[in-house]
Design a protein around this ligand. Sequence first.
Ligand code: ADP
Ligand code: MG
Length: 327
Amino acid sequence: MKAKRRSHSSLNEFSLIEKYFNHQAISRADVLLGIGDDAALLSAPPTSSLVMTMDTLAAGVHFPLKTPAFDIGYKALAVNLSDLAAMGAEPAWMMLALTMPNAEPNWLKSFSKGLLSLAEPYNLQLIGGDTTKGPLSITIQANGFVPPLLALRRQGAQVGDKIYVSGTLGDAGLGLRVAQGKCQLPQKAKKYVLERLHRPTPRIKLGMLLRGIASSAIDISDGLLADLGHILESSHVGAEIQVKNLPISSVLNQYLSPKAAAMLALTAGDDYELCFTVPPSLENQLLKKLKNAKIICHCIGEIKKKLGIKLLGFSGKLPQHGYQHFS
Ligand code: ADP
Ligand code: MG
């Protein structure tokens, strides 16, 4: 759509792409043609399923306006990689649609650094995109591979399966309150929760490890109750959660009451941990693999026949959970 688009005045679109996005160290053999032509040419492995996901971060909606550019670039990719992780996929390629009010060199430099530094360890190649002028918004499409039949889905949880989550929950939720100035913490704790908010770790290694083991999986972007709710709905089952077993970080333990911490762990989004279910017959295999890979996960409950989520050991009213854009 060249005719309708207004290009950047300070730094033209092409030199901008060349300067900030076309210097990746990664050069994959399956990328026949990357950035620079009308489209990319790729050679997908014949024996894998191609996994595709896309997520947008809009300024003021998904991140506070004053978020550092590095963190915006990092998080825009992290949330997409988190979706690949939740499918059990191995990352391969990404495309970037970048809309911004102006081409500010310092901002672009930090943004591309944040984005490309996270791509590096995953051998994820930027193969193209689109650059336009407008209110700041970042869309990334990330692609990966998974052996057919081994993709992790939301459906598949069975009565009796154990429910697990990775890492700790609620940290990013507290980070958001700190970023919004609604809560104050000492410097070290503040740094920890802000990092959990702005630089979530996509659980790629865990997702791949869960192939053939997890009966269902999802990444926690909207809060445990909301996202586990999606697994339950797709699988037509219910769940019991032991609230005392929710993994809470030492920072949350130190600065929040047990109830406030549990509330965040249950309802706050942005942690990008994985929630998954495992049949009891595969639990030993899971625990062995987690130990070998040095990945920490906790069992928080069990899949039940009765629909809905029953919270054991929690009294009090929960806020309506899950962020919805058009409610
Ligand atoms: P066209 O007008 O033919 O669509 P573009 O100017 O949009 O061409 O893009 C030129 C080349 O630069 C294409 O290969 C495109 O994929 C790539 N590209 C554009 N914007 C970005 C971006 N933000 N990041 C990476 N590659 C980009
Ligand atoms: Mg284009």
